[in-house]
Design a protein around this ligand. Structure first.
Ligand code: COA
Length: 348
């Protein structure tokens, strides 16, 4: 049976380090609150004009492609996960295809927020298993720093997020002891607005009550209006405690689902790479699954929550640090806005 394996992995984070103390210049917050509630000490912010979600994705992709021993021209499909695309449309996948001078291969953007990378890996895995593609580039990248409310109004969410990118190249392998064993994807949209950016969007909730009184020009303004900006509706909105409560249930569930599907137990895991949402969530998951410290990789302290980039950045760092070797059982798991949650179990 053909499986897909990670043939190359890379990451990129901007050089600009922003500490918790740096954020106190803009909002009423403090290092102690941020560290105690989230574990975050600092994060990276992209260069304002020179770096975008795509350019960071390209940097991570270059490393992954080189480590896979191939060239950008060998890539036969691109899957790009992000919630902070350069443009509303088209997606970052085609911008990466252009920037890396790739062949005119398919490019798919995945918009699944924090679980985006695991979803993207799952999509790529299916194309490899069916034999359709041989070298798929999967990227997770975010430039959050351009879309956060840096006033005190937005402090519960703005302190959490950071910028960066990670990428992998998936290739087929016939080796029974390697590769992605299974992926598990879930969603529950009943609480979609709990962690969301409402505008710009086509829902027009803002205007519904008075809709009859608007003319066509005013209706066109409903996509993005001054009122929306004044109300900070163009920034992400989050009910933090509600997200926390669901995350600590769904994370262990989806990890156990992956282990059980393949006849493994938590004790068999060499390394769990949880999406870096909040250190307290990761610690809760660790406790629940009775994992040792060396079985869970966390780097949220340095990068904050980089959404679709967090799993590949953590996986890349763990691999570079020699914490993952050939044959090791590794679980990738994520939970986030939607809600969506997902896992992938693999033998490195
Ligand atoms: N600095 C200082 N105080 C802050 C603050 C900040 N950055 N953000 C919020 N506060 C204040 C609130 O205003 C509130 O003050 P009040 O009690 O006077 O009203 C107080 O801290 C507690 O707020 P609350 O939101 O209840 O805190 P919390 O303990 O739930 O922690 C989160 C907030 C966001 C850290 C936490 O809920 C969380 O991590 N949730 C999960 C979020 C997540 O993982 N999101 C990504 C999903 S992938």
């Amino acid at each position: 049976m053909v499986r897909s394996k990670i043939a190359g992995i890379g990451m990129y984070v901007p050089s600009n380090v922003v500490t918790n103390n740096d954020l106190t210049k803009y909002m009423d917050t403090n290092d102690e609150w941020i560290q105690e509630r989230t574990g975050i000490k600092e994060r990276r912010y992209a260069h304002r004009t020179e770096e975008t979600t795509t350019t960071m994705g390209v940097e991570a992709a270059k490393v992954a492609i080189e480590r896979a021993g191939i060239t950008p021209q060998d890539i036969d499909f691109i899957v790009f996960a992000t919630l902070s695309p350069d443009y509303y449309f088209p997606g970052c996948g085609v911008l990466l295809q252009r920037a890396m001078k790739m062949k005119q291969v398919g490019a798919l953007d995945v918009r699944n927020q924090c679980s985006g990378f695991v979803y993207a890996v799952s999509v790529a895995d299916q194309f490899i298993k069916t034999g359709m593609y041989k070298n798929i580039l999967v990227v997770g990248a975010e430039k959050h720093s351009f879309g956060l409310d840096f006033s005190t109004r937005g402090r519960n969410i703005s302190v959490i997020f950071g910028d960066g990118a990670g990428a992998v190249v998936l290739q087929p392998t016939a080796d029974e002891n390697r590769g992605i064993l299974s992926t598990h994807l879930h969603s529950d949209g009943s609480d979609a607005e709990i962690l969301a950016m409402y505008n710009p969007g086509t829902h027009a909730n803002h205007w519904k009550e008075n809709l009859a009184s608007f003319n066509d020009t005013e209706i066109a303004d409903m996509f993005m209006s001054h009122a929306m900006i004044d109300n900070a509706e163009n920034f992400p909105n989050m009910d933090g405690p509600a997200v926390f409560k669901t995350a600590v249930v769904k994370f262990p569930e989806v990890i156990m689902e992956a282990l059980t599907a393949n006849g493994y137990q938590a004790t068999d895991l060499k390394l769990l790479i949880p999406h870096q949402a909040n250190l307290r969530i990761a610690q809760f998951v660790q406790q629940k699954l009775k994992l040792r410290d060396d079985q869970v990789y966390n780097n949220i302290q340095k990068y904050g929550n980089t959404t679709a980039a967090s799993v590949p950045i953590a996986l890349c760092e763990a691999w570079e640090a020699g914490k993952i070797n050939e044959g090791d059982l590794v679980c990738l798991a994520a939970f986030g806005s939607g809600f969506t949650w997902a896992s992938a179990l693999l033998k490195w």
